[in-house]
Ligand binder design. Sequence first.
Ligand code: PHE
Length: 443
Amino acid sequence: MDMAQRETWTSRVGFIFAAVGSAVGLGNIWSFPFQTASNGGAAFLVVYLLAVFLIGFPTMLIEFVIGRRSKQNAVSAFSELGYGNWTFAGVIGVFASFITLSFYSVVGGWVLNYIVGSVTGGYLGDASTFFGSVSSGTVAVAAHAVFMAITIAIVAGGVADGIERATKFMIPAILVLLAGLAVWGSTLSGASAGYAYYLSPDFGVIATNFTSIVPSAMGQAFFTLSLGFGVMVAYASYLGRDDSLPGDSAIIVVLNTIVALLAGFAVFPILAATDALTGSTGAGTAFVALAGAFGQLPAGRIIGFVFFVVLLFAALSSSISLLEAPASYVVDSYDTERWKVAVGVGVVAFLLGIVPAYGYVGLFNDFVFNILLPIAVLFIALFAGWIYGGEAVDELGRGTSLGRGAMTAWLWWVRVVVPIVVAYTLWLGVTNFYAGLVNGAYF
Ligand code: PHE
């Protein structure tokens, strides 16, 4: 554990890019529009935005405070701060990263296959047959291996040379391409029906579906902001100097939200134009519905290619952070070279990912969304609020012009509101997940 050798980001912007790269991923472009579509459109959007800003934003500050103060990965951070018996909270997060990496890479493999499919025209005729042929079995495992290999290569390159450099290129590319897709979508006939479903909330839908919308929106908020994984702890641990954590978080949360909203503006007109607006639920239907739409639209093949390339960039800039969280633990704790750790952890995650690659992506996904993330966030909020308390406020205060009052408000919010809302979410999430297990949604 040689502190002198610990890497740091080259600049504040480098850190922000890397964190945005982690946040912006399959969650924004794939999961967000489809969760919104299947949970009542704008009604879901409202609850999701509340979850992001009222619960996600303060939680990001917790992870940043722990990471920057301890200069350690999420597992070692707690003992470094003097609270070794809270280590389990970090372990849950790193475990969540590891599980997520295993299935995230499988979905990354689907994306690779869809890029190939855009070139060959493979999905243009019959999208659901194409999905069936690439989403599970040996083809899926092979693509999963390729995706994981790329992830390993970037992480092996290190924090500044690998992660920072890769994300500085990918984030602007994602924004430009998505904006282009959204503009293209606006020219489709039927676009206005898509916007209406996306943007005018029916509050009756929230009331009737409250117990399913809340856990989905909260899980989506944590997932998309990379919270509850120990990832933001690890990334903040590479901060060399004290800039404003609230300022950085605000930029990250807003940019991440812009990408998700833009993805919605690209996807909803496409779905509306092909009458696929509602009923698109589940991991696979998203790929089927979109690819089916690309097959029916003018220039759909080129648009499809652009869309899946964007999705690949987004997925990679996230998967590297998923590998970084467990890898930073091993690098901090044992005197091992970074590239060996990246390969070792990546290969084990690949092996675990063979299970979702045989048809269990939904199971892994829902286990993380409904159970692991709320548990992890609940514990770090209780820790930051009630145990670390004053010192957390102290660390938050470094480098920010935020007044004492605002920081005290944050502390009480983290003490009371966040745990209550997250505990309620966890209860609903466990109930829904259990119901899914029993009624055969996964097997
Ligand atoms: N935030 C990423 C997404 O939206 C997922 C992710 C979670 C990535 C945690 C890294 C860590 O796709």
